[in-house]
Ligand binder design. Structure first.
Ligand SMILES: [Zn+2]
Length: 148
């Protein structure tokens, strides 16, 4: 299946045609997905215990994965999914604009950028620690309270 959890998908056919929602669960075994706010069913739940009340609950029922298309973050279109290999990793890409659809991949790219930003910060901390050691005890304690 080309649809994964947390994808935003658009329903392309059926009663909920045109509706967009987040994928809550996928079932590759049955080729179905549960999409937030799509295919709402009412379940009549009977009270089983004394402190429970009978009620009607609404919840999403699974729909066939072929009824939905992934919505591209970049171009905003519902698209079929193409595949590409970037940095030796297979990723899903938008068939219409070529943007990477895998959120995990873009998250990783962001995380890598984050570690690069963090590295100089660590160096700054080390420098300040060294200067604190050189300085008198009273001054270093005031520096510590200043950091807090
Ligand atoms: Zn796109």
């Amino acid at each position: 299946m080309n649809v994964k959890i947390n994808d935003t998908v658009r329903v392309i056919t059926g009663k909920y045609k045109g509706k967009e929602g987040k994928v809550l669960t996928t079932s590759p075994k049955h080729n179905t997905v549960i999409v937030e706010g799509v295919n709402i069913v009412h379940k009549h739940e009977k009270a089983r215990r004394a402190n429970e009340t009978s009620k009607i609950v609404t919840e999403e029922a699974p729909i066939d994965v072929s009824n939905v298309e992934v919505v591209c973050d970049k171009c905003g279109k519902a698209t079929r999914v193409a595949h590409a290999v970037i940095d030796g990793k297979k990723v899903r890409v938008c068939k219409k604009c070529g943007a990477v659809l895998d959120k995990a991949y873009s998250k990783k790219a962001k995380a890598e950028a984050g570690t690069q930003e963090e590295a100089p910060k660590k160096r700054v901390r080390k420098r300040s620690a060294k200067t604190a050691e050189v300085e008198e005890t009273a001054e270093s304690t005031s520096a510590v309270t200043g950091e807090e």
